[in-house]
Design a protein. Sequence first.
Lengths: 115, 116
Amino acid sequence: DIVMTQSPDSLAVSLGERATINCKSSQSVFSNSNNQNYLAWYQQKPGQPPKLLLYWASTRESGVPDRFSGSGSGTDFTLTINSLQAEDVAVYYCQQYHSSPPGHTFGQGTKLEIK
Amino acid sequence: QVQLVQSGAEVKKPGASVKVSCKASGYSFTSHDVNWVRQAPGQGLEWMGWMNPNSGDTLYARKFQGRVTMTRNTSITTAYMEVRSLRSEDTALYFCARGNHDFDSWGQGTLVTVSS
């Protein structure tokens, strides 16, 4: 099974600064059939379900502020949050979809706090 | 707007079964997979499996094969997930989520508590 490993497990960033979260897959999530990486990022605040932020590794979901961006390909991905706001405090998860073997896997999560 | 509304909290004894429902509205129910994801208290997200509401085809994560069944009733646009032989480690918040690759809409979650 594909294993998704996020780093760090937690981080504290000052308001207005940049936060960077990494996600590494045990095998490539790139699809040659459509030239896309099957990698998504979610934000989960306490007491709420997760919210989709980015899909195809770098495409922002409708309504997501442009301070959230994603990059990477194959097995290594990054979520970047520029100009950190207080409302960005949450746990962030990466998630992959792979067709062989089929299924989804989440990273263990990264807790983001304000310094 | 797209909505997924789940059934209420459940308390079950070890060895029992639980069936959680997920009522979909605001979109074509048969056009998007329904996934189930659980989250144990204070822990991360764990994908359990998906169901194609059009065909009824399912795929379960290896960990849950043989103990979980996902079904649907298209006439009332509702998906179901049943977990059998519950144990204390199954205590968690269970979410349904729409999507074939990424999950763009989520239910509010159903807390299942397994306790003797």
